[in-house]
Design a protein around this ligand. Sequence first.
Ligand SMILES: [Zn+2]
Length: 210
Amino acid sequence: MGIKQFNFSNFFDNLIHASIHRPDSSLVLENNFAIPIQTHSNNIKVVKRIGVYDNVDGLISSKEYNIPLSIKVADCMPIYIYDRVTNYYGLIHSGWRGTKNKIISKALDYFISEFNSFYSDIFIVIGPHIQKCCYEVDWDVAQYFPYSIKNNEKSKWFLNLNKEIKSDILKFNIPIENIYSSDICTYESLLCESFRRDGINSNRMIGVIK
Ligand SMILES: [Zn+2]
């Protein structure tokens, strides 16, 4: 069965649980999570109770409300955010559309403007996603991303969403050592689900933070 779960809690000093699961794990969403109906938007919802939230790709809550946030991904980036001082936390789904439309910046704006985060108290985990080795696109997509690299032989471009997101995060002066980025490529790792690899047969991984 292999590893079913990547746990990122260590990076958050074990003060918060952050992980990503394969669908065959024992994790059952049902009635115990805040669940976004994702649309590759840059919409973010601040939630105080469990339930299903339509047309959002990012959720933010506080330990005060004790709500596990979830997202589903297969190649897109799951981005976990935690402020160790204010105890606010968030979970963002960012594929190329979300990255282009700066959902991460919108989320960090919430932390800083609405919830009074100090930039150096914010810690961020970028979970497994399709990496620059495998994220092949055409110019219609690559044109939006300064870190995309052209492969001349193939006349294709390769996206580096990891670098794009980090660049957006660093604009908030969040220290680089506060960012952990998984180097696991979902397309290559059979421990992960990948929409690009498995197409309509692919499942989704479930990211959770609580
Ligand atoms: Zn790869």
